[in-house]
Design a protein around this ligand. Structure first.
Ligand code: ADP
Length: 448
């Protein structure tokens, strides 16, 4: 087992990882930018070191500085959490050069799965169903038009290097397609430094269903069941639940086997997620996330597997603590992402000082949070400040508990997504599990 783990992240996920370290009796190291000098997460670590300038490129994305701190503090491993450097293959290589274990899959796997064109190609080869489209970059507009004519409208133009819902645009005809190619290329170039785009069929009302994968370095791979993440805004998840309300034993076996096949094909190790779009009885590989997901707690709750501790153990060379047979789904869990955003103004971020804070609790409630009264949410980073998770013996109980927990949750001083979540929990279509990825747009009136 490692002696000391540096957590290359901030906020709620840093606390989550530090908690796992403490339970494993491993020392932890926090890093913080000037904007996080008073952030509470640093108190959960055994040591903390400053990064200085708050801009992400100079702080949580500063590979050289973070490796230097790891060396100075004597950390023998780094956990990247999600976001920031979590899927940065250069970070993996630098860690390796310095004899530090990066808790996650191999750098080459991160690199291959980070490129959507490469990952689709590999999954097609593995025999996993993928969304219809070409597995090649669009070189010019004429070629794009031909490809879209072949696939049939509507189509979606995607940045190969895209992520976080950025670099995606739909087109319902040729005129829209030409605009979509140009704008996606420019967004991709600005955000990812790579203007490569490709086209695939746009599924109009799919469900987003994903599988949690865990693989060790001894050739064992299992899935820890499924999650449904169809409640999204701007292609980003807002509410997740596990298991998917439409999941049957047979479908879980089929999709789970596909997810394992995807992972085994690339010799995947550690925790990862295989994302699918599900439409009218068919499912298609969307992408593989080579890190722990924001929504991992709902899987932990229904399977009783501590995914972060499992990640740490696997990275230290241990065998998986579970076989596929040990994965038993118990009840239902829902996660609401609490973001400092104004849901009535198109979810624009609303950073600032939390003037009053009261957290919910009671039976079946888990809160992963990084904030408190008088905490100032910095404008530099993600607007997610906490995750409210409820468990119930069935979906209805999980929803009732979520309604109750949301009504107990008080955050004043900034706008949050709490009113949005309250409206969704009351929505009869949500209650009936009549979900798809455009749910929020379609039901906006009811939510407003
Ligand atoms: P990112 O890497 O930016 O998260 P993904 O490829 O995972 O992007 O897609 C995010 C979301 O975008 C999906 O959950 C879905 O809502 C939507 N999406 C992506 N591809 C398609 C498609 N071919 N058809 C319909 N919706 C899509």
């Amino acid at each position: 087992m490692f002696e000391k783990i540096l957590i290359a992240n901030r906020g709620e996920i840093a606390i989550r990882i530090m908690r796992a370290c403490r339970e494993l009796d491993v020392k932890s190291v926090a890093i913080y930018s000037d904007a996080d000098k008073t952030s509470i997460y640093t108190n959960y670590a055994d040591e903390h070191y400053p990064l200085g300038d708050p801009s992400p490129s100079k702080s949580y994305l500063n590979i050289e500085k973070i490796i230097d701190i790891a060396i100075d503090s004597g950390a023998d491993a780094i956990h990247p959490g999600y976001g920031f450097l979590a899927e940065n293959s250069r970070f993996g290589k630098e860690c390796e050069k310095n004899g530090i274990t990066l808790i996650g899959p191999k750098g080459s796997v991160i690199e291959a799965m980070g490129d959507k064109i490469t990952s689709k190609k590999m999954m097609r080869k593995a025999g996993v169903p993928v969304v219809e489209g070409t597995d090649k970059a669009i070189s010019d507009i004429d070629q794009g038009v031909k490809i879209a004519d072949n696939i049939g409208y509507p189509v979606i133009v995607k940045a190969s290097a895209g992520g976080g819902g950025i670099g995606m645009r739909t087109a319902y005809d040729e005129e829209e397609l030409i605009k979509a190619i140009k704008s996606t290329q420019s967004v991709a170039s600005t955000n990812f430094g790579d203007s490569t785009v490709y086209i695939e069929k746009y599924l109009e009302k799919p469900r987003h269903i994903e599988f949690q994968i865990i693989g060790d370095e001894h050739g064992n791979t299992i899935h820890a069941a499924d999650r449904e993440c169809s409640i999204q805004r701007r292609h980003q998840k807002l509410i997740e639940e596990a298991p998917s309300p439409i999941m049957t034993k047979e479908l879980r076996k089929e999709m789970g086997d596909s997810a394992i096949k995807a992972a085994e094909h690339i010799n995947y190790t550690n925790a990862g997620t295989v994302e699918f779009l599900y439409n009218k009885g068919e499912y298609y590989f969307l992408e593989m996330n080579t890190r722990i997901q924001v929504e991992h707690p709902i899987t932990e709750i229904i399977t009783n597997i501590d995914l972060i501790k499992e990640q740490i153990k696997i990275a230290s060379g241990a065998e998986l603590s579970y076989t596929q047979k040990d994965v038993v789904v118990r009840g239902h869990a829902i996660e609401c992402r609490i973001n400092a955003e104004d849901p009535l103004s198109d979810f624009i971020p609303d950073p600032g000082k939390i003037t009053a804070y009261r957290s919910p609790g009671g039976p079946g409630v888990r809160l992963d949070s990084g904030v408190h009264t008088n905490y100032v949410i910095p404008p530099y980073y993600d607007s997610m400040i906490s995750k409210l998770i409820t468990w119930g013996k069935n979906r209805n109980e999980a929803i009732c508990r979520m309604k109750r927990a949301l009504s107990e949750y008080i955050i004043l001083g900034v706008e949050t997504t709490i009113p949005f979540h309250k409206a969704i929990m009351r929505n009869p279509y949500f209650q009936n599990a009549d979900l798809h990825t455009h749910f929020v747009d379609q039901h906006k009136k009811g939510i407003d």
